[in-house]
Design a protein around this ligand. Structure first.
Ligand SMILES: C[S@@+](CC[C@H](N)C(=O)[O-])C[C@H]1O[C@@H](n2cnc3c(N)ncnc32)[C@H](O)[C@@H]1O
Length: 237
């Protein structure tokens, strides 16, 4: 499934940092009640709170202690039970370290790598689901710099297949924000993103793209739901 919308940047900004509806839809189609959930790269716990809100027993893991503190504080203030936040490196640590039992669901929003897919495969029970949203390869394509967190569909399909997953859903959700001038991009993006792009040359690439009359910025997300198989997939000749 592919959804692409072209929006004026002010309208695009309203949706820029929210959890993708396509990802939330995948949550709605599952029964999380009483299920063990691991949210990797949980940050301030946005997705963990969604899973806890629909009945999951959630552990959110992140390597950023400040974000974990924010997540715990929010859980405390809102009195959200069934959610714990723990420190861990989700690319290096076995997910068995977070629970004695395999997980029913592993979730992630914008934290993805081949290592995470491998660990998710080992941390889920057979039949368990891996539900995530990551950057698609087209994300910020005007800056001509791929991100290590971004994947095209075929690469992700291969990665999941190699790790004993069967894909149940894969969708790409793209928003192309349209601008009149480069100055507006400064209002659209976070200050830290602009700083990073100026340092690593992406701002210059974007500026060249605007100079050519291509005054837009693409945000593209890959949403996946995959089921952990008990056995290897048969190889296709
Ligand atoms: C873009 S943020 C997304 C946070 C959260 N999932 C959300 O949607 O709000 C990516 C998060 O992944 C975390 N992260 C990146 N690499 C990690 C790793 N190897 N182990 C644990 N956390 C990691 C970062 O600290 C950050 O909080």
């Amino acid at each position: 499934m592919r959804q692409t919308r072209h929006l004026l940047w002010r309208d695009a900004a309203r949706h820029a940092f929210e959890l993708r509806p396509m990802l939330l839809d995948q949550f709605r189609h599952e029964d999380f009640r009483g299920r063990r959930v691991l949210d990797v790269g949980t940050g301030e716990g946005r997705l963990a709170f969604v899973a806890a809100g629909i009945g999951g027993h959630v552990i959110g893991v992140d390597a950023d202690r400040m974000k974990l503190q924010q997540a715990r504080a929010y859980a405390g203030v809102k009195d959200i039970r069934r959610v714990d936040f723990v420190w861990g490196d989700v690319e290096k640590t076995s997910y068995h370290g977070f629970s004695s039992e395999p997980f029913d669901f592993i979730t992630s929003n914008l934290c993805m790598s081949p290592e995470i897919v491998w660990h998710a495969s080992h941390g889920l029970r057979p039949g368990g689901k891996f539900i995530f949203c990551c950057h698609h390869g087209d994300h910020w394509k005007e800056t001509r710099r791929g991100s290590r967190w971004a994947f095209y569909e075929d690469t992700m399909e291969d990665l999941l297949g190699e790790n004993r997953f069967e894909i149940e859903f894969m969708g790409v959700d793209t928003i192309v924000a349209e601008f009149e001038e480069l100055r507006e991009v400064e209002l659209f993006l976070r200050d830290e993103t602009i700083r990073k792009w100026v340092e690593d040359g992406r701002w210059e690439e974007l500026s060249d793209s605007f100079a050519r009359g291509e005054k837009h910025l693409t945000q593209s997300y890959l949403t996946v739901k995959a089921r952990r198989l008990a056995h290897e997939l048969p190889s296709v000749e």
